[in-house]
Design a binder for this molecule. Structure first.
Ligand SMILES: [Zn+2]
Length: 213
């Protein structure tokens, strides 16, 4: 009789261990779910905040209207992610505003935002480029210029609508000043910093469409 009781207690004890073990495992996995859910919510709000910051930064279209016609002298499509081969296989990380008349130095390029000059000078792919960082930390990149409006210094403050230079076809060459390898256009890039601190391009197309209005 005593042996039967001992066996019953042993079985009960084993059952308790199993139940507690299963419960602990369940608690562990549900807290892991909560952590990943909250981190994806944080990530979502972070990127929503960045998207809002771009909207707040942008004040004007990056090409000045032609006085006579009163229209922006460019045409453009959503070429985000299109294939590019110069400098290796890559995808297009911006939007190309193609000049209606293929003349270098004719159309004025202006800053879409307030900010400071972060980068200026020659880039093999971007040609004569200028990069403006807004106060909210978004980076706006203008490439393939024919010339600069003036000798900008890094750290210099610019305001939205300020003329940065003239639209051109510079770039696609190691030699500074290489021109003529493609049609005259302005390449516009918008870069945000992701949660790991890495720079990421976002598609400027719909922002530009909005600015046109
Ligand atoms: Zn481009």
């Amino acid at each position: 009789m005593k042996r039967i009781y001992e066996l019953r207690y042993l079985l009960l004890f084993l059952c308790l261990i199993i139940i507690v073990g299963v419960e602990l495992k369940h608690l562990e996995s549900s807290s892991a779910e909560t952590v990943s859910e909250s981190s994806s919510t944080d990530e979502f709000s972070y990127y929503m905040d960045r998207v809002d910051a771009v909207f707040s930064d942008l004040q004007c279209f990056p090409v000045v209207k032609e006085e006579a016609e009163g229209i922006y002298p460019v045409s453009y499509d959503d070429s985000w992610g299109a294939e590019r081969t110069y400098g290796g296989e890559r995808t297009h990380e911006g939007c190309d505003l193609m000049a209606v008349s293929n003349e270098r130095g004719k159309y004025k390029v202006c800053s879409m935002t307030d900010g400071v000059v972060k980068n200026i000078g020659w880039l093999e792919q971007g040609g004569w480029r200028i990069g403006i960082e807004s106060d909210s930390g978004i980076y706006y990149y203008y490439a393939h210029l024919d010339s600069y409006e003036k000798a900008f210094e890094k750290g210099e403050r610019v305001v939205a609508g300020q003329i940065l230079g003239r639209m051109g076809d510079s770039g696609y060459g190691k030699e500074p000043g290489t021109k003529g390898n493609f049609a005259v256009h302005l390449h516009v890039g918008i870069y945000i910093t992701d949660l790991t601190g890495k720079e990421r391009a976002i598609n400027p197309y719909w922002y530009l469409k909005q600015l046109e209005i």
